[in-house]
Design a protein around this ligand. Structure first.
Ligand SMILES: Cc1ncc(C[n+]2csc(CCOP(=O)(O)OP(=O)(O)O)c2C)c(N)n1
Length: 320
């Protein structure tokens, strides 16, 4: 897989942007500056970035309740995302949706989703549309190990497999569905094994290894664009934060979290870039500084934005 220095640094920048965005949201949330619920993606950055770096503007992604990273990897505006999380008028939904309703259809980002497993049929539908329009586009669905127990998972994989839809199902196996360890909610070690039941390829990769995710996705996208149908990719990863901000995390121990922090996808990729002489430590640090500034500006943008007016209360909320 030959990637240019520019592409690799762009992937590094995107992972840093997700991390910085999320850590900033965590801090502001703990200070009571952000309303509602937030589910953070810290630790899982290599999945969103490794997958989305394979997509073009005809492609779609469907996300989850843990969707900020997917949006950023797809190129969504961090200003508009931050304003939405703050509940402000310049946010993606004029501040009325919050963290779990960020979408940008023009970018092919079909949205975060508070309903676990709801993205799978949406992505299958988008893939169906692309196939019908014969535009060579693919659709990707991100979902968790918990979501792979839902009927929507089985229905979407079944339809996608018989209709050979250009869709890639990306399971982010972060080992937990809320407080339930995957070992206790599934009698299999690898979610990828479920692909067998639908006669499609299923691969399990190290989800903290950016290039492993990138390469598995490249292969799946190639198959999908060639008309060979869907692939299930399982990315083994871990969320550093609790299920939601404020989660006391009593279901897992400090040692486990620390072990995973040693496998940080960003540090791993940074080490790879320096070892391969693609970038120096200084170049990477400069990118990190730029990213920090970008997020500071996003927070400022969100703070300056007004709250929606009361007259906005019922607009865009219901569909006619
Ligand atoms: C249909 C539905 N059932 C239950 C819930 C409550 N719920 C929210 S997140 C979650 C667990 C999701 O776990 P997983 O799919 O593994 O994603 P992760 O949070 O690990 O990213 C559940 C059960 C929901 N939002 N929607």
């Amino acid at each position: 897989m030959v990637l240019s220095k520019e592409q690799m640094l762009d992937m590094y920048r995107k992972m840093q942007l997700i991390r910085e965005f999320e850590e900033t949201v965590a801090k502001l949330f703990s200070q009571g500056q952000i309303p509602g619920f937030v589910h953070l993606y810290v630790g899982e950055e290599a999945v969103a970035v490794g997958v989305c770096s394979n997509l073009n503007d005809k492609d779609y992604i469907a996300s989850t309740h843990r969707g900020h990273g997917h949006g950023i990897a797809r190129g969504a505006s961090v200003n508009k995302m931050m304003a939405e999380i703050f509940g402000k008028m310049d946010g993606y939904c004029k501040g009325k949706g919050g963290s779990m309703h960020i979408a940008d259809v023009e970018l092919g980002f079909l949205g975060a989703n508070g309903i676990v497993g709801a993205g799978l049929p949406l992505a299958a539908g988008a893939a169906f549309a692309n196939k019908y329009l014969n535009n060579n586009g693919v659709a990707v669905c991100f979902f968790g190990d918990g979501a792979s127990n839902r009927a929507t998972f089985h229905e979407a994989l079944n339809l996608a497999s018989i209709w050979k839809l250009p869709v890639i199902f990306v399971c982010e196996n972060n080992m937990y569905g809320i407080s339930m360890c995957q070992k206790r909610h599934q009698n299999i070690a690898d979610v990828a094994d479920r692909a067998v039941a639908y006669g499609i390829p299923g691969v399990s990769v190290d989800g903290n290894d950016l290039m492993a995710v990138y390469e598995a996705t490249a292969e799946a996208v190639k198959r999908a664009r060639a008309g060979d149908g869907p692939t299930l990719i399982e990315c083994k990863t871990y969320r550093y934060r609790g299920h939601f901000e404020g989660d006391a995390c009593v279901y897992r121990c400090e040692e486990e979290v620390n072990e995973w922090k040693k496998k940080c996808p960003i540090q791993r990729f940074a080490a790879r870039l320096t070892e391969m002489n693609i970038a120096s430590r200084e170049e990477l640090e400069a990118i990190h500084r730029e990213v920090k500034e970008q997020i500071e500006q996003a927070v400022e943008f969100a703070r300056q934005s007004p709250y929606p007016d009361v007259s906005e209360l019922t607009t865009d909320v219901y569909c006619d």
